[in-house]
Ligand binder design. Structure first.
Ligand code: C2E
Ligand code: CA
Ligand code: CA
Ligand code: CA
Length: 277
């Protein structure tokens, strides 16, 4: 009878059921979120470490709630991917990013690229590069204005199809970064074989890199690997001056993180980095 007390079957099942119900309710509201204009893009600056200039910004999707709060993308993006909603949502993200680049250009910041997160479903669906070319024309974007960030899961599931999609993006003048590198089932073969421009060092490796010898080893190796393959490097999640200095000294090219700037709406970004106007 003692062991029965230690197996909390019922409360556990109830918690699971409650969680599943919550996810279903969220998925239902997600379906209406586009029509209700509940999405926003926030932008986080990416700095070049040789001269500290902002060379790009990463567009991060936000889902605004009635109470003014936000559902984090880690929660709703997987739901959107599972339901196929990521296609119209992803299209909205691309259009909003393109429109935002036009506004950057209006402030003399047309050299600042916008990096957009693109999910597997989007890359593997026909027409992504055509959609981007269409937006480049519609908003008069210079070549290289939009970058795309892909995670390794995309590439590993269907490497051949991913390769085709990536070559089309490249042909449209889009630079491609591999996101969260080293956190999943990384493969050296795809780093070698796929058309990539840049490797993003996950923030779990950047944390305390100046003091944590294990993370320092990983970062040094990733920077050397990227350089050997002719790829750029962007460190994410830089939260302190010490981490930033370590990365600069060790040859990392670019960095983003709370220490350099949090993701903010375009207006606020323009206030902080925007020139006159
Ligand atoms: P990600 O692409 O790895 O984006 C970086 C995440 O780290 C962002 O979380 C950003 O706000 C956060 N971050 C930036 N600097 C720091 C820092 O110094 N410290 C810490 N602790 N965190 C930092 P966010 O905005 O919650 O996005 C989470 C994930 O959701 C993204 O991870 C990306 O995978 C996904 N996501 C966001 N926007 C989109 C989108 O438009 N489309 C798709 N498919 N996925 C998106
Ligand atoms: Ca990203
Ligand atoms: Ca990342
Ligand atoms: Ca991530």
């Amino acid at each position: 009878q003692a062991w029965q007390d230690q197996v909390p079957t019922l409360p556990y099942d109830r918690a699971m059921a409650a969680q599943a119900a919550e996810r279903m309710a969220l998925a239902r509201r997600l379906r209406e979120a586009l029509d209700k204009r509940e999405f926003e893009l926030h932008f986080q600056p990416i700095h070049r470490l040789s001269d500290d200039r902002v060379v790009a910004v990463e567009a991060l999707l936000r889902w605004r709630q009635h109470d003014g709060g936000y559902v984090p993308p880690d929660v709703f993006v997987p739901l959107a991917e599972a339901s196929g909603l990521i296609l119209p949502i992803g299209q909205w993200v691309l259009e909003e990013a393109a429109r935002s680049h036009g506004r950057l250009a209006g402030r003399g910041l047309d050299h600042v690229a916008i990096a957009v997160n693109v999910s597997a479903v989007q890359l593997l669906t026909e027409g992504l590069s055509e959609a981007i070319v269409g937006l480049q024309r519609k908003y008069g974007l210079p070549a290289g204005a939009l970058h795309v960030e892909l995670t390794e899961s995309v590439v590993l599931r269907r490497p051949q199809a991913a390769r085709v999609g990536m070559l089309q993006l490249r042909a449209a003048g889009v630079r491609i970064s591999i996101d969260d590198f080293g956190t999943g089932f990384s493969s050296m073969a795809y780093l070698r074989d796929l058309p990539l421009d840049c490797l993003k060092i996950d923030r779990s490796f950047v944390r305390q890199v100046h003091a944590d010898e294990r993370n320092a080893s990983i970062c040094r190796a990733l920077i050397a690997l990227a350089r050997g393959l002719g790829l750029g490097t962007i460190a994410e999640g830089v939260e302190s001056a010490e981490e930033l200095e370590w990365l600069r000294r060790n040859g990392c090219e670019q960095a983003q993180g709370y220490h350099l700037g949090r993701p903010v709406p375009l207006e606020r970004l323009l206030d902080s980095i925007g020139g006159p106007g």
